[in-house]
Design a protein around this ligand. Structure first.
Ligand SMILES: [Zn+2]
Length: 334
């Protein structure tokens, strides 16, 4: 299996994230990459596909904001990472505001995802990594792994959050459509619901989205990922949410996986994109499922048994001491 990685993804190194009323060490940090690289040997570096594939998913004004936000933050006389503090939840009118604090609120949905001096560069190369892996599979490889960081499944067309700034999986999906594929399926097996990916394709039938995740009544991102969210307009029926309670182990997870795989198969996709998060692991510090390292290989084998050309895109996973083994175990199933 070809593994893609670009070292520029290390440039995003948040000094902390804000939750529970305080700044905490960032769970999503470059040390995650070291853990994965200790167990997985990436053989391929991505080429530069440019901004065009990004702009198929994200609005031009959002991309411009993300590219320049930290410079604007510094120009305002601030040190450290840029954080929002005011959110326009009541009527999100596209006001032409210019103050950086207004823009941060306009384009963020939480306070877990600061923008530092290297956030744009790292996010840009995470996208290129996902595109290169996708190109390899579209070119005939049976499967490929994109070691993407920061992750992407929580950010939407014009907003960031959940450690996500650019939607690696959505951009890869649109790239496949733009190069002639007609149907793509995304299977999201991160612990958290991929609200951004769902939002991007919610009214579309050509990109189906299935997610197995923690019950959003108890777990982040709370407002999305409920079982009755099934898509809208032309996309009605092209979204599947399978929320599971905290404490779910392989027996409960495996049953949901069967349901998700049957559903993916029924959509007859030309390409499968797997948003893989290793935060379903039993000792993940921010998550509450009970999967073991030994569960990831059978999980991947069952996905591989669909026989679809498959791109695996890295999402979350924060138990650094086991992350390498969990990722390597998953990839070995292909
Ligand atoms: Zn997650």
């Amino acid at each position: 299996m070809k593994c893609f990685w670009d070292d520029r993804q290390r440039a995003h190194a948040p000094g902390g994230e804000f939750f529970n009323g305080a700044l905490h060490p960032a769970a999503e940090h470059p040390g995650r990459v070291d853990a994965i690289l200790s167990a997985v040997d990436p053989t391929e570096a991505p080429s530069d596909f440019g901004l065009e594939p990004i702009l198929r998913v994200h609005s031009a004004d959002y991309v411009e904001f993300l590219r320049t936000a930290h410079d604007q933050w510094r120009d305002a006389g601030r040190d450290g990472d840029a954080f929002p503090y005011t959110f326009p939840v009541v009527g999100r009118r596209p006001l032409k505001l210019s103050r950086i604090d207004a823009l941060l609120g306009q384009y963020s949905f939480d306070t877990s995802s600061p923008i530092g001096p290297g956030t744009w560069e790292a996010s840009y190369w995470a996208v290129q990594t996902a595109l290169a892996a996708t190109d390899a599979v579209l070119g005939g490889e049976r499967s490929a792994f994109a070691l993407c960081r920061p992750p992407g499944h929580h950010c939407g067309k014009d907003y960031l959050g959940g450690y996500s700034y650019l939607s690696n999986a959505a951009i890869a999906s649109e790239h496949a459509i733009a190069t002639g594929r007609t149907r793509v399926a995304i299977l999201d097996v991160d612990y958290h619901h991929g609200n951004g990916t769902q939002d991007i394709f919610y009214d579309r039938a050509d990109v189906a989205y299935a997610s197995i995740h923690a019950e959003p009544g108890t777990d982040y991102p709370f407002f999305w990922g409920h079982a009755d969210e099934t898509g809208s307009d032309e996309g009605e029926g092209a979204t599947l949410n399978l929320p599971l309670p905290r404490g779910t182990d392989w027996s409960g997870y495996g049953a949901a996986l069967t349901q998700a795989l049957d559903w993916v198969e029924s959509h007859q996709p030309d390409l499968l994109i797997v948003s893989y998060g290793a935060d379903t692991y039993e000792r993940d510090p921010i998550s509450r499922f009970e999967l073991k390292t030994s569960d990831y290989t059978p999980m991947a084998r069952r996905i591989a048994a669909l026989g679809l050309p498959t791109v695996v895109v890295m999402e979350g996973g924060y138990a650094v001491e086991a992350l390498g083994a969990n990722v390597a175990g998953f990839l070995s199933g292909f």
